[in-house]
Design a protein around this ligand. Structure first.
Ligand SMILES: NC(=O)c1ccc[n+]([C@@H]2O[C@H](COP(=O)([O-])OP(=O)(O)OC[C@H]3O[C@@H](n4cnc5c(N)ncnc54)[C@H](O)[C@@H]3O)[C@@H](O)[C@H]2O)c1
Length: 367
């Protein structure tokens, strides 16, 4: 709370520059009130300068549940997001619908003059992401991608130490996202998740977080990708599934940096090397980014923690969004970060589908 009060206080000083009085609660709408939309709604309710005034979902039960959650703010409910966008009191919107809808909704929201917090991936095709990038740059509103790792304090401080040279020159990154379970085949998101034209693939829907982290630690974006993968275990399960369940990718970045990335969803519990990690190798040692641990090359010093663990505010990214609205500050996960992360995942996906080395420039998007 102390940190937030400070942010809002600091924001008030420059609020007039961005046209938002510091005492006005920012009228907020949430489009897509499922799993993530509910989490985001809870986050908005925690913000001292925001109100949930509009909610939209095509599923009545989800909408009712969210309306109950946000009852304090008495939101209007909508089944058509375009009607929500016509509400002039809505100044900011969260988009937490299935991934194939993000671009269309985000562009419409920006064109309606709303600040936009768009869940990751910002889009699932290169062409549509190109359109969103142009719309976000045309707009004078805040666009923030839902890459909330960018607002995590320990991660940021760890990466700052890598940028300051704790491991020397970054040479290679090894990262993975292995899990022991496939997404629930009968769960609430099964109606879109297992179709690549709706979710974009595991790679684009989930690994976009891990790949964004890799881009962040490397300090750039890949030049090319190559990989192999497929639906190895859960063939046509659930019926109609066309997304992969296991793959390996190699990315090449400028300055010869290489990334080896893997994801599979059938890693048995207890088998070593499961879960998620990001290991960054440099000329003086390596860092386990997730645990903020430094390991010197050839064991020249004892492994040490770079940044102590601290309790993170799970809604820090939401707080950051309002800070940007109030102050005009550039979001840590702006359109460039969000589009680059999604395009990195798409580059990998298309290289696997096409069984070829794919160049970044082949994506045809100006960033
Ligand atoms: N940042 C994160 O860590 C994180 C975590 C989970 C999900 N997500 C992202 O959030 C998004 C939603 O994921 P989820 O897990 O909440 O899925 P979900 O299936 O629980 O929720 C999606 C909701 O969108 C609604 N919807 C579908 N079409 C709509 C339309 N035309 N208009 C309004 N509402 C519509 C659905 O009815 C559903 O309630 C996805 O893009 C996902 O990738 C991000």
């Amino acid at each position: 709370m102390q940190r937030r009060s400070f942010l809002i206080g600091a924001a008030a000083a420059s609020a007039s520059a961005f046209g938002q009085g510091s005492n006005d609660a920012i009228g907020t709408g949430v489009i897509g009130t499922g799993n993530r939309g509910s989490h985001l709604t809870r986050g908005v309710l925690e913000q001292p300068g925001a109100k949930v005034i509009a909610l939209c979902d095509i599923k009545a039960d989800r909408l009712d549940k969210a309306a109950t959650l946000a009852a304090r703010d008495n939101p209007r409910t909508y089944s058509d997001y375009r009607a929500l966008l016509e509400n002039k009191d809505v100044q900011a919107v969260y988009i937490a619908t299935p991934c194939h809808l993000h671009v269309e909704m985000a562009i419409a929201a920006l064109e309606a003059g709303k600040h936009v917090y768009c869940e990751k991936p910002v889009g699932i095709t290169a062409e549509s992401i190109g359109r969103l990038v142009r719309a976000a740059r045309r707009s004078n509103k805040v666009f923030q991608a839902g890459q909330q790792m960018r607002s995590m304090t320990r991660l940021r401080k760890t990466i700052e130490q890598i940028e300051q040279g704790v491991i020397g020159r970054v040479l290679m990154v090894k990262a993975q996202r292995n899990s022991s379970n496939d997404l629930a085949h009968d769960g609430p998101s099964a109606d879109w998740f297992f179709k690549k034209n709706l979710s974009g693939e595991y790679l684009v829907e989930m690994s976009v977080h891990n790949l964004d982290l890799c881009n962040w630690v490397i300090g750039g974006r890949p030049e090319r990708a190559a990989g192999f993968g497929g639906t190895l275990l859960y063939k046509n399960d659930p019926p109609g599934r066309d997304i992969m369940d296991g793959y390996n990718l190699t990315y090449e970045y400028p300055n010869e940096v290489k990334l080896a990335y893997m994801q599979l969803v059938f890693h048995p519990r207890g088998l070593p090397s499961g879960g998620q990690f990001t290991h960054v190798y440099g000329s003086k040692g390596a860092v386990d980014v997730t645990n903020s641990m430094f390991y010197a090359l050839q064991g020249k010093e004892q492994p040490r923690e770079l940044v102590p663990a601290e309790k993170e505010d799970q809604h820090a990214h939401t707080a950051a969004f309002y800070e940007c609205i109030r102050t005009g500050k550039k979001p840590v996960a702006d359109i460039t970060v969000g589009a680059t992360a999604a395009l990195t995942a798409i580059l990998g996906r298309e290289s696997i589908y096409g069984k070829k080395v794919l160049e970044w420039r082949d994506l045809g998007v100006e960033l």
